[in-house]
Design a binder for this molecule. Structure first.
Ligand code: FDP
Length: 338
């Protein structure tokens, strides 16, 4: 079959009336910026891009040089195209307005420019995550409050994994699709259309070092997985944990599985570890569109009303039936308490 490039795919989506010209351009620009980030990450030590930037981001986390470079690449690429009203990044406190000299569009773009960045220096996959919202009508200078829309309103979401291959996974709310970068040609080529995540799985991802800090239902649930065939689940489970969310999610999008970053006593005050706007919402959209499920352990992530640009939430996502079991344990424990 003739290869379908990302550009062709976007034209098809436009013809089918699923996206407009502005959103198509936005995705093209983000994909182009991600190709530049792929080049920078691929150079590794030779590009002088490894190590700490010597600065901290809004969350007080140390920034890597590549965090800063990736953020700049995405901001610069998106400023002038005329498709955005503003963008917001995990690395910046406030939304970035579009400079006055450029035309403005109707979309809001959010991104985590380099997710899993603690893995850059050890040559493990990292990635970019992004989400697109419509700018509310009549808003000329969008502020943080205008980004605070539930995940169900996302027009598009995607991530790019910079791994052995550079892979883009994308949804507009009509299925989840995968594109692989052909480095010689410089184009993303459709490699999987309408991805389906198996509903059942025997593979889970979680940072087990936090086990003693988890809530009781999480302790029970993971305890039962670890008990394997002899335990109440009657089945052996395998564990994988890359500690780059994009890589862990991409494994799930490829062969099923579940990913958990639950609440624990250490992060309770923050509400969780992962950010709703830059990580939880886009990944939840992608996973649901591939037939999986995404909850906080209690509620569907996409229905949460965000209260802050950098708000954090617990994240449970992946193979539907398994997420239902883990979520049920939490709701059951809440019911027993209440
Ligand atoms: P990182 O801090 O390296 O950017 O987004 C945060 C994240 O990575 C996720 O990609 C990853 O799943 C998680 O944190 C890893 O957390 P642990 O430190 O608990 O392993």
């Amino acid at each position: 079959m003739k290869p379908v490039s990302l550009i062709q795919f976007l034209i098809e989506e436009r013809r089918a009336g699923r996206i407009n010209a502005e959103l198509s351009l936005l995705i093209e620009v983000v994909a182009r910026a991600c190709k530049r980030i792929a080049v920078a990450t691929n150079k590794g030590a030779l590009g002088g891009v490894l190590g700490e930037a010597g600065t901290g981001n809004i969350q007080g986390e140390a920034q890597k040089k590549l965090d800063v470079i990736s953020n700049e690449i995405l901001l610069e690429a998106n400023a002038w195209g005329g498709h955005l009203a503003a963008c917001a990044s995990e690395e910046m406190e406030d939304p970035q307005p579009i400079p006055d000299m450029y035309p403005k569009g109707n979309h809001l773009l959010m991104f985590d420019p380099l997710d899993g960045s603690s893995n850059i220096d050890v040559n493990i996959s990292v990635g970019t995550i992004f989400s697109v919202l419509r700018c509310p009508d009549g808003v000329v200078e969008p502020k943080a409050e205008h980004f605070l829309q539930p995940g169900t309103t996302q027009l598009a979401a995607g991530y790019v994994v910079y791994g052995p291959a550079t892979v883009l996974v994308l949804t507009f709310g009509h299925g989840t699709h995968e594109f692989t970068l052909d480095r010689e040609v410089g184009s993303f080529i459709l490699s999987r259309r309408d991805i389906r995540i198996p509903e059942e799985t025997g593979e889970f991802a979680i940072n087990m070092s936090n086990q003693r800090h988890w809530e009781a239902p999480m302790q029970r649930y993971i305890g039962e997985l670890l008990a394997g065939k002899e335990g109440p689940r009657g089945k052996d489970f395998n564990m994988r944990w890359v500690a780059s969310m994009v890589a862990d999610v991409h494994r799930i999008v490829t062969r099923g599985g579940v990913f958990y970053y639950p609440l624990d006593a250490k992060i309770k005050d923050k509400g969780g570890k992962l950010r709703i706007m830059y990580e939880a919402n886009p990944m939840a959209f992608i996973i649901e569109q591939a037939g999986g499920a995404a909850t906080t352990g209690r509620e569907r992530i996409l229905e949460l009303q965000p209260t802050g640009l950098h708000q954090r939430v617990p994240v449970f996502l992946g193979s539907k039936k398994e997420i239902e079991v883990a979520t049920h344990y939490h709701l059951e424990a809440d019911g027993a308490q209440g």
